[in-house]
Write a protein that binds this ligand. Sequence first.
Ligand code: DER
Length: 228
Amino acid sequence: TQPEQEKKLAARTALRWVRNGMLVGLGSGSTAAFFIAALGEFIRRGDLQVQATATSLASETLARQAGIPLVEPRRGLRFDLTVDGADELDAHLRLVKGGGGALLREKVLATASDYLLIVADSSKVVPQLGRFPLPLEVVPFALPWVLDAVAALGGAPVLRLMKNDPTEAARSDQNNFLVDCHFGAVPDPEQLAFRLQVIPGIVEHGLFLGLAQAAIIAHETEVFVHQP
Ligand code: DER
C-alpha cells in the first residue's frame, strides 16, 4: 500500500542521520519498525556500529532480531539520535504520539536525546493537532478521577481496550492503562499539556512539544525533510 511504501521510504532515509559509534534511540510503531530493520541490515553488513535502546518491549524484540546491540538505561545515558514515528505532526513539529501505546518510554528517550528525528508518511502531517485522539498513560488506581478530569476539560476520554479481546483493557509496557481523549481540534497544545500534567495519575500524555529537531516526510515516491 502507499502508506507502507511511504513509511519504508521515510524510515530508510533516516539511516543517513546515523553515524558510526552513535547511541541511537529506537522508536515504536510500524514506521520505526522499518527503521529498526534497515539499521539492522546496515549493522549486519558491517557498514557501521551503533548501540541502541528501544522505546517499547515490541521494538526491543525487533532490535534483537535485527542484531542491533542494546544498552540498558543507566545514569548519564544520552542518545545522539532517536528515530521515531508520530500519529500527527504540525508545521512547528509539535507531535501527537502514543497510538501504539509507547508514549512514556518514547518521551523519556526523546528527552534524553540530542536529536529527535521523526519519520512519517504524508498522512500524519496536519495543519492543527487534535484530529487524532490524544493518548494518555494512566495509573489504574487513578482512572475514575482522571476520566472525570479529562471529561471536564472536554476531552471525551475512552479507555483503550485490547485489540484481540475487547473485554480487557489495553496495558502499557509499565502495565498502566491507556486512555484516548477526543478533544477535537487542539488550538493551544502547550496550554492543554499544562492542564493534563497537573492531573494526578496521568503518567504521561501524547503531546510531544519542542522535542523533535526534524521530520522526514514521505509523499508517494518523494521525501521531504522538514527542519523549522
Ligand atoms: O505510538 C507511537 O507513538 C508511534 O510512533 C505512532 O505514533 C506511529 O505509528 P506508525 O508509524 O505505525 O504510524
